[in-house]
Write a protein that binds this ligand. Structure first.
Ligand code: ASP
Ligand code: MG
Length: 420
């Protein structure tokens, strides 16, 4: 008998028909002999609707009360789901984050899980019930309801799987798994059978939206196998797991793009110790997340240009902050460019294979796509390009790295010791 945590996203529980379909799926799994903990999201569009309701009352709604409001989305689905299961004659029990013992810090709207009491869920499981937990929510030391940040139900599921020692965490969604790139813009995108936590982390942080970033971090830290699959069919999904040798042989496993960032440059800052700190301190103080950073000569001896990217929604704000910094230096200017995209190739095999960067640059050059910034990590190369070329870049890179073709590791050579 296995213990399985199954998480269903908003589209999987969007209406009565879907809720009944998912309930049957859960029942089937239970009847096969497994213990099942179900984690649910709010119905598709519900959290957006609730956010809007809060913002209609005032432009800056109180964060504690917003969490009380947002948490109702998941509370609705767990109740509806258990109503469906009980109507099928199955003993299911719904649990809010509080009832399930999911403790967090007190950062409303962006809380982090600090502790999970496993006893409340375990007791119900031992009574033979299917436990249905509200995703995305917990409670802090003072008993306040908290939420984990948009998309956070994945994190609830993987954290629960880790705490309960589940055999697998299955994340059900409306796509068949993790793809080599976004199938909406590249028809040759192929579903991956397996991907490592490291690659999935890079993909998630680069804008692939299948899994909440923090859920992958949990999976990696506690070694929880995560299966991403569709609740709309029975196709096998993608397993996110620890890397193995075969994975390292795949040089590039995915390509992502992100249009949510803008570029800013501050020119002619003095090229001396402490200047980068001076530039970035007020940006950090404004809680703006900086992504790629490049510093280079400005053409004037003793002066440098610093260029970096920030989320688009704070691009204007960043420019204003930098203009203040620039006013302290002679001839220093701030230049902004919001119409950029970041295209990244990701793969474990990059650690041991050379030539990936060259191939990427060659491929973009052949299409006359200018590269404005480059950044690399051990298993990723990112290029900043004009926003209008994002889709084209993804497609030509997908072709260049032959991601439409299934990779087969060379057959191992059979060796046998001969007897003399
Ligand atoms: N309902 C929440 C959201 O829409 C959490 C989730 O679905 O994962 O962000
Ligand atoms: Mg999601």
């Amino acid at each position: 008998m296995a213990l399985v945590v199954q998480k269903y996203g908003g589209t999987s529980v969007a209406n009565a028909k879907r809720i009944n379909a998912v309930a049957s799926r859960v029942l089937k799994r239970r009847n096969a002999g497994d213990q099942v903990v179900v984690v649910l999201s709010a119905r598709a569009g519900e959290t957006d609707r609730l956010v809007k309701l809060g913002n209609e009352i005032c432009s800056c709604p109180d964060p504690r009360e917003m969490d009380v409001l947002l948490a109702t989305g998941e509370q609705t689905t767990i109740a509806l789901f258990c109503i469906a299961m009980k109507a099928m004659g199955v003993e299911a029990v719904s649990m809010t984050g509080y009832q399930a013992g999911i403790m967090t810090d007190g950062h409303f709207g962006q809380a982090r899980i600090s502790w999970i009491q496993t006893q409340p869920i375990m007791e119900k499981l031992h009574e033979g019930r299917i436990v249905v937990v509200a995703g995305f929510q917990g409670y802090d030391d003072d008993g306040n309801i908290t939420t984990l940040g948009r998309g956070g139900s994945d994190t609830t599921a993987v954290a629960l799987a880790a705490a309960l020692g589940a055999d697998v965490c299955e994340i059900y969604t409306d796509v068949n798994g993790v793809f080599t790139t976004d199938p909406n813009i590249c028809s040759k995108a192929r579903k991956l059978e397996k991907i490592s936590y490291e690659e999935m982390l890079e993909m998630a942080s680069m804008g692939a939206k299948v899994l909440h970033l923090r859920s992958v971090e949990f999976g990696m830290k506690y070694n929880v196998p995560i299966m991403v699959l569709s609740s709309f069919n029975d196709a096998p999904g993608t397993l996110v797991t620890r890397e193995d040798e075969a994975m390292e042989k795949v040089v590039v496993s995915g390509i992502t793009y992100n249009k949510n960032e803008g570029r800013v440059t501050i020119t002619n800052v003095p090229d001396q110790p402490g200047i980068a700190a001076k530039v970035f301190r007020p940006i950090a103080a404004a809680e703006i997340n900086v992504d790629l950073i490049v510093q280079g000569g400005s053409g004037i001896p003793g002066r440098a240009n610093i260029t970096f990217t920030v989320p688009k929604n704070v691009h204007e704000q960043t420019i204003r902050i930098l203009e203040e910094v620039a006013s302290e230096f002679e001839n220093s200017q701030v230049i902004g460019d919001p119409a950029i995209a970041k295209v990244s190739v990701i793969g474990l095999g990059m650690r041991s294979h050379s030539g990936v960067a060259t191939k990427m640059f060659d491929t973009l050059a052949r299409e006359n796509i200018n590269i404005k910034l480059i950044a690399t990590s051990e298993i990723k190369i990112s290029c900043i390009i004009d926003e209008k070329y994002a889709e084209l870049a993804v497609r030509v890179l997908h072709d260049a790295f032959e991601l439409d073709k299934e990779f087969h590791a060379p057959e191992s050579i059979k060796i046998r010791e001969e007897r003399e």
